[in-house]
Design a protein around this ligand. Structure first.
Ligand code: PLP
Length: 434
């Protein structure tokens, strides 16, 4: 029988280090919120394939729709002959996404590819070159998406030169406010700063789009104040700039609404989705104002595997399962419990500097010292490793990898959730006694 160790040796022999791995284990089976490794050890999954398994690993109904689809056809390619699941899914997303205007949807394969297409569409529609992005943002690893991404090591370092015409603003990271202010007395200066940015960095008339995550994902589960996006959106609108919401990590119910922008009551011009959209199959979508989406001419957008029918069929069932399993209210309950527990940890352990949450998207930021807020990067890594040894899989987030994030499948049972949180507490006791 192959062990984790023997497979790791083979992995190291045949696969470069660039494609990273958080945990040195190999999966045999995954179901719901449980992953079993090749040695038969079971883990509670708080990582969810980096947020791609909101409906749970191997949901039975999703599996059935995949099986039904592969028995009919797998890849005729939408650009050669068309098929219904692509059209049906586009229709459903046009209805589901926020925005009281006619919408259209196109599909590609990954979050990064979705981001690239949203930028292409906004440039084509406006005839302008520049894009505004944010500090601590993550938009993917392809060249344009990586150019929009903020974190240097390991994401950007050594991979330049980057795409031109990208301008970066501070994000509303209240715990580490770039302006040294405090909410609410700050009066959301960081959002109004966009007006000044047009004078100091890039003229508004040259900006095609502003791309922003409604909650920073890789950047550390940072949740801006309620007013933030409405201000940014209004300024974009006044200046003919396409407002693009990157909902790749926040989307599909993670924040207890289907899309996180719904909490902020803004209607983005374009929304990018991926990750949990297709129950673990590679698929991403760009949904947006029909007048923008229709701008590029035929052949300007697409890709060989874009909108693969198996992934589209899985996604249709994912949407059904959100209703059948009441996953939005489950996300709400999960988030409440995790937030409460993380807040208890914050009271008990000085290493917990900040706790924040929106629905089931909850983050706990670890610091060496609460005054200096120096990121506790090494300790976060240790916490994650010790949790794994006790049967809990987690991943970190943040530019300094010092934030614990909750991306468990939303079908996790109460017992599994309680046990996972108990393990985190036990490890915090060990590594950072109160
Ligand atoms: N955008 C956001 C907000 C993400 O969190 C990610 C991935 O983590 C991406 C884009 C890139 O998605 P992918 O890894 O599927 O290319």
């Amino acid at each position: 029988m192959k062990t984790n160790e023997s497979l790791l040796n083979e992995r190291n022999q045949h696969i470069p280090q660039g494609p990273f791995n958080t945990h040195p284990i190999f999966v045999e089976k995954a179901e719901g919120a449980i992953i079993t490794d090749v040695e038969g050890k079971k883990y509670i999954d708080f990582a969810g394939g980096i947020g791609a398994n909101n409906v749970g690993h191997c949901d039975k109904k999703v599996l059935k729709s995949i099986q039904d689809q592969i028995e009919k056809y797998i890849h005729p390619c939408f650009h050669v002959v068309m098929y219904e699941p692509y059209v049906e899914l586009a229709k459903r997303l046009n209805e589901l996404t926020p925005g009281h205007f006619p919408k259209k949807t196109m599909f590609v394969n990954s979050g990064a590819e979705g981001v690239e297409n949203a930028i292409k569409i906004s440039r084509h529609a406006t005839g302008r070159p520049a894009i505004i992005t944010f500090e601590d943002a993550f938009h993917g690893r392809t060249l344009l998406a990586l150019s929009l991404t903020s974190k240097m090591k390991p994401y950007k370092f050594g991979f330049g030169p980057y795409a031109p015409e990208i301008y970066r603003m501070p994000y509303a990271y209240c715990y580490r406010c770039a302006f040294g202010l405090e909410y609410p007395s700050c009066e959301i200066d960081c959002a109004y700063f966009l007006k000044e940015f047009f004078h100091t960095h890039i003229s508004a008339e040259n900006v095609a789009g502003l791309i922003v995550e409604p909650v920073l994902g890789e950047g550390g589960f940072v949740i801006p104040p309620k007013e933030y996006f409405r201000i940014l959106h209004t300024i974009c609108k006044e200046n003919g700039i396409v407002f693009i919401a990157d909902e790749v990590q926040t989307g599909f119910g993670r924040t207890a609404k289907m899309f996180a922008v719904e909490h902020y009551e803004v209607e983005p011009d374009l929304i990018v989705m991926a990750k949990s959209i297709a129950g673990g199959l590679p698929l991403s979508a760009v949904t947006g104002k029909a007048e923008l989406m229709d701008h590029p001419q035929s052949g300007g957008l697409g890709g060989t595997f874009a909108g693969n029918p198996v992934a589209c069929s899985a996604a249709l069932t994912v949407l059904d399962q959100f209703k059948n399993l009441s996953l939005l209210s489950k996300a709400e309950k999960i988030g409440k419990k995790v937030l409460e527990k993380f807040r208890e940890f914050q009271e008990r352990y000085p290493v917990v500097g900040d706790v924040r949450g929106l629905g089931a998207m909850v983050g706990m930021e670890l610091v060496v010292d609460r005054k200096t807020k120096e990121p506790a990067t090494a300790l976060t890594k240790r916490l994650i490793n010790l949790c794994r040894e006790k049967g809990l899989l987690m991943i970190s987030a943040g530019t300094h990898s010092n934030i614990i994030r909750s991306l468990m499948p939303l079908v996790i049972t109460n017992n599994q959730l309680d046990e996972g949180l108990r393990i985190i507490g036990e490890v915090l006791d060990e590594i950072s006694p109160p």
